[in-house]
Write a protein of this length. Structure first.
Length: 586
């Protein structure tokens, strides 16, 4: 929330009136809304700006721009700036975090800093005293300043341990691995563990701001490593002293309502958190290792499943075909790929599109990752015998139109899915295979008769996720001729190519990539392929036939995205290796 000073008590009536008048004039605010916000600010003893944002009458950016004009201060878009490390080094990280300020520009002896409160004279005086420099102020939103404090200070060698970590490390809290678990539980919830509470909160908040999908807390012989997975790649954030492991794991267990006394078995839990305006679920997994308990927290952001099928990254022809497939009344559509390849997002995007009042949709998932309004979701519970096959058997009595089975794990589950498709239901499911044709032989290997596979499966979609080039620092480049030749790019494709590469900037943490997009391989089961399945022909022969008749492989779809400037050769080659059957483009 923006902590800006434009209430009567902080900014004076004149500046408040000017601020409100500006928002009303620009059409952001009505007079009635202004009165509502002023009443809320008085009731909660907060600022008018904070009240406007809390009520949803204005965004942070709109408020900050209006404040900048009212106070005749510059407004800065931090995403468009490239702040040198030498400027960041002028301000200790503890000072930046404590006061929520970020150094921007040094001119002679004057340092321009980004703040969110133009009336905070105390902080300006404090900065002048601490830094021994003249301070100039530019305005930016509080959330953006915090985001860039995490980005900038996390990149500088030797500066990665922020003030909270420092406080945590210096605090004499030592949870040793003893048998007295009740004492550890009491200590973990004691007031003295406030630094631990703040550290775990910081890890979660920072992971959200850096768009991480996982937080890894990994114990080793002499240290504890903290890593974030960002765009599918792990980045080391910090190391903690080994003696702090017990405290951190205990805090994570308390949050996820896991038995704090259990240390010998794997445990799973869930945490609900709010970071800014985001509400997230964290799926927690804890396993015992040689050097202590290791934890992985997976961040499940509801925004990730609000994407439409169009936004997934399908090529035009694949998109049209997929749209026709999900409108079918019956059959099995499989999505394949390794863990973390975006299968759930693809399936949820399809379900969201089909989620209408005239359709009943039931899912069987292990576990339910995201809760979808209007869809009946059932979670697998092995401890009471509620597995996929049993759920499918029961859900058929609920007369659904569409069924989602989280994963085809065994012959019984596959058989139940096939039975559902043959009795007039559209079934979606996933399999862990490397490409689309391999899914057919995988189902047959499970013990399902090939004639049942051929008669029920209508399409198989294999997918991977590749990192996309950062839009802020992307620039044209010419790849070496040897690479172009190796990738099988034709002269016609080369003539229309738009090769791009990210230089690396603050927005993408100097990686050159920001975000991910899918690459796809869609196999349509036509009459010829059904005949090949009946005859138990190998996945290699099926793949060869499919490519000859128009199937675009994962590798080819990736190269298409390289040619259009979405990703790079290196990224595609990292995710989808070229095979002999990926014939050069004609």
């Amino acid at each position: 929330m923006v902590a800006t000073g434009t209430s009567g008590k902080q900014g004076g009536d004149a500046s408040t009136n000017a601020f409100v008048a500006l928002l009303i004039k620009s059409g952001v605010l009505s007079k009635d809304q202004a009165l509502d916000a002023e009443n809320l600010a008085r009731q909660q003893n907060s600022t008018l700006a904070a009240a406007l944002i809390k009520l949803g009458y204005a965004t942070e950016e709109e408020v900050m721009r209006a404040l900048a004009k009212t106070h005749r201060l510059p407004y800065v878009e931090l995403d468009s700036l490239n702040i040198p490390e030498r400027i960041i080094e002028l301000m200790p990280e503890s000072v930046a975090r404590e006061n929520v300020v970020l150094p921007l520009v040094l001119e002679d002896s004057s340092l321009t800093v980004a703040m969110s409160n133009p009336a905070d004279v105390d902080t300006m005086d404090k900065l002048r005293f601490i830094l021994n420099r003249d301070i100039r102020v530019a305005l930016a939103s509080r959330s953006k300043i915090l985001e860039y404090i995490n980005k900038m200070y996390g990149q500088i060698e030797g500066e990665s341990a922020d003030s909270i970590l420092q406080e945590f490390t210096d605090t004499a809290i030592d949870f040793t691995e003893t048998e007295d678990d009740s004492a550890a539980a009491a200590e973990a919830s004691d007031e003295s563990s406030a630094p631990i509470v703040r550290l775990v909160n910081l890890m979660i908040t920072e992971a959200v701001q850096l768009r991480a999908s996982d937080i890894h807390v990994e114990p080793f012989e002499d240290r504890v490593r903290i890593r974030y997975r960002i765009d599918g790649v792990l980045h080391e954030r910090d190391t903690l002293p080994k003696r702090q492991l017990g405290a951190v794991i205990s805090r994570i267990k308390i949050l996820s309502k896991i038995d704090i006394a259990e240390r010998r078995r794997p445990q799973d839990g869930r945490i609900k958190v709010s970071v800014g305006e985001k509400e997230l679920d964290l799926r927690v997994s804890i396993i015992p290792t040689n050097h202590g308990q290791s934890s992985v927290m997976r961040l499940l952001d509801k925004d990730n499943i609000r994407v439409s099928v169009k936004q997934l990254g399908f090529a035009d022809q694949t998109y049209r075909t997929f749209q026709q497939l999900i409108r079918r009344p019956n059959g099995i559509i499989l999505v394949t790929g390794p863990t973390g390849s975006g299968k759930t997002t693809t399936l949820y995007a399809a379900l969201n599109q089909m989620n209408r009042p005239d359709r009943k949709i039931i899912t069987a998932e292990d576990p339910v990752e995201y809760y979808l309004p209007g869809i009946n979701q059932v979670e697998v519970r092995h401890n009471i015998g509620l597995d996929f096959a049993r759920i499918i058997r029961s859900m058929l009595r609920q007369a659904p139109n569409i069924i989602l089975v989280g994963e085809m794990r065994d012959a019984e589950t596959v058989s139940m899915g096939i039975q559902a498709s043959l009795t007039g239901h559209l079934v979606f499911s996933t399999l862990h295979t490397n490409d689309a044709p391999s899914a057919i032989t995988r189902m047959v290997d499970m013990g399902v008769p090939s004639y049942l596979v051929a008669s029920s499966v209508v399409a198989i979609l294999a997918q991977r996720l590749v990192r996309t080039i950062c839009s802020k620092c992307k620039a044209r480049y010419t790849p070496p001729e040897s690479v172009i030749k190796e990738m099988g790019i034709s002269a016609e494709e080369l003539a229309n190519a738009n090769f791009m590469k990210g230089k690396g900037c603050n927005t993408c943490q100097k990686t050159g990539f920001k975000g991910r997009i899918g690459i796809y391989e869609l196999l349509i089961i036509n009459n010829k392929i059904r005949e090949m399945i009946f005859k138990n022909q190998s996945s290699t022969e099926i793949r060869k036939y499919a490519i000859q008749h128009g199937m675009e492989t994962l590798f080819k779809d990736g190269i298409r995205k390289v040619l259009s400037g979405v990703t790079t050769f290196e990224e595609v080659y990292r995710i989808a290796k070229r095979t002999e059957q990926d014939a050069p483009s004609v």
